[in-house]
Design a protein around this ligand. Structure first.
Ligand SMILES: *Cc1c(COP(=O)(O)O)cnc(C)c1O
Length: 401
């Protein structure tokens, strides 16, 4: 169980599933329904001009227009804030929309942002190709190199960013050190904890300022929707929410319904993802055709100690290298899988398999792939909710083929 949080009004924190099922919801709902209704409205009516004025003067909490939010979304935002132990959550239509929304809100021309270099390739691309057009400088330093990160700080640095665990190497950031650098230099810190989820890791408890998730993955959990979320202190997030209202990267009421439904089983699903990830990683490590396994739950992993100290479990993502294989022989292993399906993404019920070289880095030069640490014989497996024995049998026949 995640440790109790002092952020829940002086009480012991309710259990994780209790929060996942009930937090953020009204006890009595429209039509006495036990589930939250899907309210399909692009706009919301006011009874009178005075009601409009009361709303603008923030005397009357309610909805106004669909681009600024909808009732279902508020429920899920409260639920996610409580699961993460934060004050406020802001949902977006995708994880990338959340990252772009936060960076656009927090950075001005001349500002600098520092990234640990193992990161989601589109986050890197947004910074290098797009933020740069607006005069924002991005510096990348090697993942988990805290000295390099501190050394890269200038008077213009406004944000320190990392994933934890990172994708696809699953390096685990020492969040105490990471947050301390931010605090020492009065710079905000952001952790993309998509691969961990609040079940396995709660970065705010370590003093990180913002946590971000692609809710598309474990939070929604069924490979059937896209969403993103940022969680942190209310005052720091106020301008971020205002900008979201302009960007329009919001979730439809239908999408939100699926996300809320997915969250009801969040803890149960994470327990299975953690179990499957560990058992599959242990199997792979014992297989003669596997050169190396990246999984924070293995004692052989470079960040095993940090992971054990800070995480409840290690998730469903397992990355491995096929011994003495070129890109084609590696692709043959991927193609031989029968339970695991070839697709990008992770965190859903279905196990997914992919070769990062092909799926995400095909258009990169070999030098860039070397720089990003993506060898030709790398496979990324996102364990779903199937039975571990079946996933292991599937990998065994694919490796032995
Ligand atoms: C998938 C992912 C994203 C992007 O999220 P989308 O919902 O696909 O936009 C960002 N960070 C990480 C770590 C991811 O896995």
């Amino acid at each position: 169980m995640p440790k109790p949080s002092s952020l829940v009004q002086g009480q012991t924190r309710p259990g994780f599933s209790t929060l996942a099922v009930h937090a953020g919801e009204s006890r009595q709902k429209l039509g006495d329904s036990i589930t939250d209704p899907i309210i399909c409205a692009s706009t919301y009516t006011f009874e009178s001009t005075q009601a409009v004025i009361d709303f603008i003067e923030q005397k009357l909490p309610r909805e106004e227009y669909g681009r600024y939010g909808n009732p279902g979304e508020r429920v899920v935002e409260r639920k996610l804030a409580q699961l993460e132990g934060g004050e406020e959550a802001i949902l977006y239509s995708s994880g990338m929309a959340a990252i772009v929304g936060l960076l656009m809100s927090k950075l001005n021309a001349g500002d600098e942002v520092i990234f640990f270099d193992e990161c989601y390739h589109r986050s890197r691309e947004f910074c290098s190709k797009h933020l740069s057009r607006f005069g924002v400088v991005t510096r990348q330093v090697p993942a988990c190199d805290y000295r390099a990160m501190e050394a890269a700080i200038t008077p213009n640095t406004r944000l320190l960013v990392s994933e934890s665990p990172t994708n696809p190497h699953l390096s685990v950031v020492d969040l105490e050190q990471f947050a301390a650098i931010g605090k020492d230099h009065e710079i905000d810190t952001l952790i993309d904890a998509t691969l961990a989820t609040p079940y396995n890791l709660r970065p705010l408890d370590f003093g990180v300022d913002f946590v971000l998730h692609s809710a598309t993955k474990y939070l929604a959990g069924h490979n059937d929707l896209l969403a993103g979320v940022i969680i942190g202190a209310r005052d720091k997030l106020e301008p971020v929410r205002k900008l979201r209202g302009i960007l329009g990267a919001i979730n439809s009421p239908h999408n939100i319904y699926l996300l809320e439904r997915g969250l009801k089983t969040f803890e149960l699903r994470m327990q299975r993802h953690n179990e499957n990830g560990l058992r599959v990683a242990q199997f792979l490590e014992s297989h003669p055709r596997v050169e190396r396994v990246y999984y924070p739950g293995l004692a052989s992993h470079a960040y095993h100690d940090v992971a054990r100290r800070t995480m409840t479990g290690f998730g469903g993502l397992v990355t491995f290298l096929v011994r003495d294989a070129d890109w084609r022989q590696t692709a043959d292993v991927v193609d031989a899988a029968q339970v695991a399906r070839i697709a990008p993404s992770l965190g859903g019920a279905e196990t997914l398999i992919e070769q990062p070289l092909v799926m995400s880095y095909y258009e990169c030069s070999p030098e860039d792939r070397r720089r990003f640490g993506i060898p030709d014989n790398m496979i990324r497996l996102a364990c779903g909710l199937e039975n571990a024995e079946d996933l292991i049998a599937d990998l065994r026949q694919a490796l032995d083929a």
